[in-house]
Design a protein around this ligand. Structure first.
Ligand SMILES: Nc1ncnc2c1ncn2[C@@H]1O[C@H](COP(=O)(O)OP(=O)(O)OP(=O)(O)O)[C@@H](O)[C@H]1O
Ligand SMILES: [Mg+2]
Length: 309
């Protein structure tokens, strides 16, 4: 069974997609089988992993995208998966084991335009599709929009864990509170379907602090996040094990450069990636592996040294 994780924060631009793409790639590099499901109509993880030219080409047939899974007479999730999606400029596989269920801008239609033909919510329908493919993966990651839309609900309903990427600032702390409230109400609202089709009860695994500027003192935001996590744990809204990951992701222009090159950090040239941020993603991946009870294998050390030398 795959470990299924949503990368979710109702606040936009905090690093959800960057964290997801880079952790998914580190895991694939370590030999894990990973599926990324892009549930954000902005399609950022799809464009990053496929590069714009291949994603544009895919747009000639809208049936290739995740929205089609929700349409009457649409396709199955299995059929919309792009295998070994990270390629070099000759189209050769650059990273084995990383598959993608891509999004396009048409995913916005899921919010208002697509009729619901199954007499069940979109999230329950999606979970049944997910069950058909999950045995092929060690990890399934959902890239979420900065909202609690139908698409985000599909991701959360299918997840064992939620990782909350956040920036070390006051607004992110407010956003975390709002997120926990929304999660609670969605869990109540979806309870009937959860028990009927035995989907997981998604739990917050932790907060990953992103884009920490050199020399910035983030003690106060960290203290406030910690206080909130402790309070939510005492109210049973997050598990006792929920934490702020000690491995923070540093601010680095390389992250934006990796998007332009259509590469995850783990595949950037050593010179480009020999910065702290590549190491941050590898360490965060190891944290996620240990918290989701998958044991790190031999390749992380290799990956780490090849990036850091
Ligand atoms: N560690 C980092 N250092 C510098 N820039 C970063 C870092 N992480 C992300 N960014 C940049 O911040 C911007 C937002 O990142 P990203 O798209 O990952 O956020 P998001 O939470 O997925 O956004 P959205 O809510 O729109 O989906 C991007 O331009 C990205 O390149
Ligand atoms: Mg994003």
């Amino acid at each position: 069974m795959a470990t299924k994780i949503s990368f979710l924060n109702l606040k936009g631009g905090v690093g959800k997609t960057s964290l997801l793409v880079n952790v998914a790639s580190c895991l694939a590099y370590m030999g894990k089988r990973v599926l990324v499901v892009d549930f954000d109509a902005q399609s950022n993880s799809s464009i990053w992993l496929m590069r714009l030219d291949r994603w544009n080409a895919l747009n000639r047939n809208p049936e290739n995208f995740i929205l089609n899974v929700f349409k009457e007479n649409g396709s199955s999730l299995r059929n919309c998966i792009q295998k070994d999606v990270v390629r070099d400029s000759d189209g050769e596989i650059a990273l084995k084991g990383l598959d993608l269920a891509p999004a396009s801008f048409n995913l916005m239609d899921l919010e208002h335009e697509v009729p619901d033909p199954w007499e069940k919510p979109f999230y329950a329908h999606f979970y049944e599709e997910l069950k058909e493919v999950e045995s092929g993966y060690d990890f399934i990651f959902f890239d979420c929009p900065p909202s609690f839309s139908h698409a985000a609900q599909c991701a959360v309903f299918g997840s064992d864990h939620i990782i909350v990427p956040a920036n070390p600032d006051a607004l992110s702390i407010v956003g975390f509170h709002l997120l926990i409230d929304k999660l609670e109400s969605f869990k109540r609202q979806s309870l009937r379907w959860r028990s009927e089709i035995q989907s997981p009860d998604p739990q917050v695994m932790g907060i990953s602090i992103n884009a920490v500027k050199p020399g910035a003192n983030i003690d106060i935001p960290l203290e406030r996040f910690n206080a909130q996590v402790e309070r939510f744990a005492s109210q049973n809204k997050v598990p006792e094990t929920a934490c702020i990951f000690p491995e923070q992701i540093h601010h680095s222009v390389t992250v934006g450069r990796a998007v332009l090159q259509g590469l995850p950090m783990v595949l950037m040239s050593k010179r480009e990636a020999s910065m702290k941020v590549a190491e941050d993603y590898i360490r965060t991946t190891q944290r996620i592996l240990s918290l989701s009870a998958h044991q790190p294998d031999e390749r992380p050390a290799e990956a780490e040294s090849s990036l850091l030398n």
